[in-house]
Structure formats: C-alpha cells, structure tokens
Design a protein around this ligand. Structure first.
Ligand SMILES: CC(C)(COP(=O)(O)OP(=O)(O)OC[C@H]1O[C@@H](n2cnc3c(N)ncnc32)[C@H](O)[C@@H]1OP(=O)(O)O)[C@@H](O)C(=O)NCCC(=O)NCCS
Length: 185
C-alpha cells in the first residue's frame, strides 16, 4: 500500500470511492474539486491524502484535511469554536477519513492522518478540529481519534440530517451524531 497526496487528477476515482464507501452522493464531483483545492497549502504542500493498493491501483482510503484559513465548517454547519483552545484561524480541519473494509483495523487511518498532521505542523497550525462519526462500527471513528490524542469537545445530534445523501446506516435522512473533537498540536 502506498500513501500519496490527493491531486486534481484523482477526482474521478475519488468520487467512485466516496460514493461506494461513504454513501451515494455524499460528495458531488464539484465538491471534491473544491475540497482538493482547499487542501492546497500556502507552502505548496497538499494536506489531503489517498491510500492506494499498488497491485490494483485501487483507492483504499481517503483522508480529507484542510489547513487553517481554507475552511469555515464541515459537512454540517454546527461548530463550537468558542470551546476550543485556539481560534478557527489557527486551526486546521479533518473532514472525512474513510477506508475500504479490507483496509480497516490495520492502522492505515492513523498513518494517513499523521501525514496531514506533519503538513499542518510545518505550517505552524495550533490545532486540528474534526466531526467524528459516533455511530461508526465499534465507535472506531472516535477511538482512532482518541488514540492519536484528540479530545472530545461536544456532541451534535443529527449533524448530517440536512446533507442530501444516502447514509450507509440510515438511508435518507441521516440521523447520525457528530462528536466534535480537537487536537492541540
Ligand atoms: C474509523 C477508521 C478511519 C479508523 O482507521 P483504522 O486504520 O481502521 O484505525 P485503527 O486500525 O487504528 O483502529 C482504531 C480502533 O478501531 C477499531 N476498528 C477499526 N475498524 C473497525 C471496524 N470496521 N469494526 C470494528 N472495530 C474497528 C480497531 O480495532 C481499533 O480499536 P482499539 O482502539 O481498541 O485498538 C476506519 O476504520 C474506517 O474508515 N471506518 C469506516 C468509516 C469511518 O468510520 N470513518 C470515520 C468517519 S468520521
């Protein structure tokens, strides 16, 4: 397996991956183009990464992450930046992290996230905020974030309720809860 930066040329296959692994329509093609642009940092680095199976060239994972200044909220709009230790202008954002089933539980999630964290440290970011998926299998989303040092800030019930997509758990609308979490760098 290989980790590489998410480039504009990857958009079509990333769309296929997010439709099948997150839920059909969760990201439109236009939104992925926007998200890739939001990952371009002032020092020329890219802060979002892909996990690739070298033998099949298939995408097995996606870590979307944006530097401070390139984001204002996640998929939902709820945000409690008044409870964070640093301001939103000093804070990077972890958006989606998704791995294909056969790439889960092998530590690839933390490895992809560390690549983004390295980029944010080089930029002088003070922290990273994220909205973790509470209903993920075995609470794995919150658990891997706690494992790498994130702290829970607050829960947002029905965080994705107004997102027009088919949730892999609920169908439509999504009734899942987001746990807002923060990592001080
Ligand atoms: C959540 C996810 C990103 C974690 O990445 P990962 O590389 O699998 O993480 P790790 O291997 O470090 O595992 C973290 C913990 O979750 C558990 N776990 C991971 N995937 C699991 C699964 N599918 N079912 C049950 N437990 C799982 C691991 O056993 C480990 O438990 P521990 O804390 O007791 O050691 C990944 O499993 C994934 O993509 N899951 C589905 C989508 C998802 O929930 N994404 C997050 C959305 S915000």
């Amino acid at each position: 397996m290989l980790i590489k930066p998410f480039l504009e040329t990857d958009i079509d296959r990333v769309k296929k991956f997010t439709d099948s692994e997150i839920g059909d329509g969760y990201y439109s093609r236009e939104e992925l183009i926007e998200n890739q642009k939001k990952s371009c940092c002032s020092n020329g680095a890219i802060s979002s990464f892909l996990l690739i199976d070298e033998s099949s060239s298939e995408i097995k994972g996606l870590r979307l992450a944006y530097p401070p200044g390139n984001w204002s909220h996640g998929k939902g709009t709820a945000l409690r930046d008044d409870l964070w230790p640093f301001s939103i202008h000093e804070t990077a954002y972890f958006q989606s992290l998704f791995l294909a089933k056969d790439a889960q539980r092998l530590g690839w999630g933390p490895k992809l996230s560390e690549k983004s964290i390295d980029v944010f440290r080089q930029l002088g970011a003070k922290g990273i905020a994220t909205h973790s998926w509470k209903e993920s299998p075995n609470n794995s989303s919150v658990r891997y974030l706690l494992n790498i040092g994130f702290k829970e800030i607050i829960e947002h019930p029905l965080y994705w309720f107004n997102v027009d997509y088919i949730c892999t758990r609920d169908g439509k609308p999504c009734r899942c809860t987001a746990v807002e979490m923060y990592l001080t760098l």
